[in-house]
Ligand binder design. Sequence first.
Ligand code: NDP
Length: 237
Amino acid sequence: MSERMHALVTGGSRGIGLAIIRELLSQGMEVWYLSRSKAEELERDVAHHVSCDMADRGQVEAALEAVIAEAKHIDVLVNNAGITRDGLIMRMKDEAWDEVLAVNLTSVFLTCRRLSRLMANQRKGSIINISSVVGIMGNGGQTNYAASKAGIIGFSKSLARELASRSVRVNVVAPGFISTSMTDVLGEQTKEQIKTQIPLGRIGNAEEVARSVAFLASENASYITGQVLAVDGGMSM
Ligand code: NDP
């Protein structure tokens, strides 16, 4: 029997990350996740939670070492943790820029740097970084968020080139408008207006993103690396 696959997911206490954990568990993987709070909806003990603020470099590095010590091998890394701190550029505070870049982009650098070493030695691994259509198309009021999400795309393509010779694949999933706590704060009028820009005419759900992540994590995607898969109802085409 082949060894059980191990996955590490950042974020995961709710929303898209939680759906990703559920999907990977359903594929028979053992899952660790890093977030500040625990996913209350996950049955006890099905996934390993490590408390971690992804904006804190020291905490991220310590959490990664703890997971590696326990898991020994990590086959799948999903960088999902992300935040928004929206505002027009002229009024944007330094903190809104720094916080978004730290959680959304620097944390991706830190996890990939550490796990690249592990995966390269394993000669096996799949990294999936969660970007956004905003990283492709831009969005007024989200210069900080767009910079972090576009940064993920360039970073991932470069990393895919670095790690390909070690059979480690790196891909990006770029969700469109997905119903989670991140988007639930928007008013009904805004949501209706956004729907008019989505060819499929509806808001997506977290499970639809999770299934794409699970596909890229799996052997079904064995010849796919350096790609950006938009899961956005056609919004960015
Ligand atoms: P949610 O706000 O519902 O969940 C965000 C997750 O990230 C939570 O699990 C949260 O955990 C974690 N997180 C946030 N800040 C930190 C931190 N400092 N340290 C550790 N974990 C943190 O967002 P979504 O599920 O909607 O978003 C998930 C990803 O998908 C993000 O990267 C987002 O940018 C991206 N995305 C979402 C879209 C959407 O429409 N919803 C569209 C495009 C991209 P906790 O608070 O417990 O720490």
